[in-house]
Design a protein around this ligand. Structure first.
Ligand code: SF4
Length: 138
């Protein structure tokens, strides 16, 4: 590995028009902007699918976490279909199952329960980010 500091790439699914897709995307933003700024980043899934060289290099040089909305697992499957190794895949629906009291609603903007769910889920994913970065150092 080069001496360049690596980041964890967080790839949410597109999930347009679906509450679970919004939850997955918001978890990614919560991580990148608030919980682990500077050590996490993202890129557009479609850029990867057209094999954009910069996007491909990003996911080749760094560990990748996918966050899908539902069991279709589009982000994980898309990444793997072009040869990306996914270190860990999450699904928003699984966070909903664990936190049954927080029922997300809304598409462009989540309700309060959805926002709370996003923060709880992002904290869990942040622990995985820390673990992956610690692995990089060892
Ligand atoms: S994983 Fe589910 S929510 Fe996400 S893009 Fe695929 S079908 Fe849509």
């Amino acid at each position: 590995m080069s001496g360049k500091k690596r980041k964890v790439v967080v790839l949410p699914c597109s999930g347009i028009g679906k509450t679970l897709g919004t939850v997955g995307r918001e978890i990614a933003y919560e991580l990148i902007e608030d919980l682990r700024p500077g050590v996490t980043t993202t890129t557009c899934l479609p850029l990867l699918m057209i094999e954009d060289p910069d996007a491909k290099k990003l996911v080749t040089d760094n560990p990748v976490i996918t966050i899908d909305g539902c069991p279709f697992g589009c982000a994980r499957k898309s990444a793997e279909s072009i040869g990306v190794t996914v270190s860990k895949g999450y699904r928003a629906i699984d966070f909903c199952r664990v936190h049954k009291d927080l029922k997300p609603e809304g598409i462009s903007e989540l309700n309060e329960a959805g926002k709370k769910l996003v923060v709880l889920a992002a904290k869990e994913v942040a622990e995985e980010v820390d673990r992956l970065l610690a692995e990089e150092k060892s």
